[in-house]
Design a protein around this ligand. Sequence first.
Ligand code: HEC
Ligand code: HEC
Ligand code: HEC
Ligand code: HEC
Ligand code: HEC
Length: 399
Amino acid sequence: MLITHTITKNVFLFLGIVCVLISSSIEAKVDNDYWLLPIPLQGDAPKTNHPVTHDISPKSCALCHKKQADEWKDSYHAKAASPGLIGQLHYFDQDSAESCLSCHTPRSEQIKDWQDQTLKFKATGIDCASCHLRQHQRYGAKTKITPVHGTVQAKPLFKKADFCSRCHQFTEGRGLKLAGSFLENTHQEWQESTWSQQGKTCQSCHMPNGSHAFKGIHDANMTRTAFTIQAVREATGFSLSLSNQFAGHALPTYATPRIVITLTSADQQKTHIIQRQLILDDQQNLQQKADTRLQAGETIKLFLPLKPQQQASASIRVEPDHFYQQIIYPYFLEDNDDSELEPEEKQARQLLLKAKQVKNDYTLYAIQCPRWQQKNYHCTLSPQPPKGEPMPLPNANST
Ligand code: HEC
Ligand code: HEC
Ligand code: HEC
Ligand code: HEC
Ligand code: HEC
């Protein structure tokens, strides 16, 4: 019991992060009226809508919008009511928990379900109705007259980055800032990049051809498209450069993912971490230790000195859930004896344990570099980078 008590206290202190978030749900000032969170109850469907369309669950939309539904169901929006989220809610008071839910399961109908069932809660995450319905009126990029659910109204917002920023960008008084920048800062990173000037929105990259898969760092091929990479065997060693040429924000944009680059030869190993690195200090406050993410357009260059006859290899590993799996979930799960816990807390711990064990890590590239043979060589990348031709070789090193 004593142990439980201490942990609850620690968790409470850790909630400093959440307290900053709470104000989000109360605060009414929003970037636009469309994204008032949580989204108010839809109320009754108009009688003129076909009865089939009164049900606003994704299953119902899927009857007629199969393409979008099939793509969406494997997206992280569909999975936003994850075990890692629901498990944590047990440790928060009602207001804080509802603040989390207002982004992860944003419709008031969903939050009401949670209030009724708490840990047994099964929600559809950020679903079709979250983005397309207000008071049963459907909105989209274009106006469409439909025989089943009335006229779909066009909203220019659907084509703008602002559509995504209510959840993907913290603002003053709404969300934690560390070392001068918001923990979630995607819209601002995008704004400061050349992509915003070129008119490339979040949708241009994340919804190509109207795709609803919302692919991001959990998808190896999507992440490969973000980089240009050059791995070269030079006379004096192995040089590896990586550029964030095609992500419209920092790579990665969030503090959760970690990218680990390891260069290896027979007698040495070099490791480089790409991450916004956060730690919990002695007072259980979140601190930023370092920020080694690649800003939009930024290049890093690593070098492993080698003798001419030496070979080298490298791996680039992506751990999309690193911060949660290595710091937050272990923190909630730390040295507790399950046999002494209330059934509710046991269930919460099972969810967190499940979230901790999910294996989403992948190898972005494995690289093999030959021994020196009179001129600079491109090392072998596996798989092949998606953008065809490798970057040009640097001038041959004559030493
Ligand atoms: C019974 C069939 C049916 C159901 C169920 C249904 N829709 Fe539709 N929807 C249609 C039809 C038909 C159109 C018009 C399509 C067209 O003209 O290309 C349409 C059009 C739309 C459009 C505009 C599409 C465009 O091309 O611009 C949106 C957005 C939309 N529906 C959203 C939804 C959402 C969200 C749901 C679930 C809450 C839903 N619909 C449920 C039949 C349905
Ligand atoms: C302002 C909207 C917002 C609020 C409020 C919010 N989140 Fe999130 N959360 C996000 C977004 C957006 C992501 C994905 C970020 C990214 O990948 O860039 C995310 C990611 C996560 C993830 C990682 C998903 C996974 O399973 O790997 C967890 C867990 C999570 N949030 C839990 C919480 C908890 C707990 C709270 C309340 C303390 C909370 N969130 C409040 C928007 C929000
Ligand atoms: C995170 C927000 C979001 C979610 C969730 C979402 N949509 Fe969309 N949807 C959009 C945006 C934004 C567009 C406009 C895309 C564009 O034109 O670039 C769109 C476009 C559409 C269109 C119009 C066709 C087109 O390609 O323009 C239909 C139909 C549609 N969505 C149905 C659905 C259905 C059905 C679901 C659930 C399975 C769903 N949407 C989930 C944001 C969302
Ligand atoms: C209602 C809040 C909300 C809105 C609006 C929203 N998102 Fe998200 N998004 C989230 C949350 C929460 C997550 C994290 C879910 C999780 O991992 O549990 C997320 C995750 C993602 C991911 C991460 C996928 C990965 O591999 O980690 C991408 C990409 C994304 N969103 C793109 C978009 C785009 C593009 C838009 C606008 C068209 C948008 N989102 C609008 C809340 C939102
Ligand atoms: C020029 C293309 C491009 C634009 C514009 C863009 N993204 Fe991305 N985004 C990517 C690529 C590629 C990845 C995968 C690599 C990575 O994680 O950075 C990604 C990853 C993500 C992720 C995964 C989580 C993470 O930590 O990286 C989220 C969330 C996301 N984008 C949201 C957005 C939002 C919101 C916008 C608009 C403000 C946006 N993106 C604009 C290309 C783009």
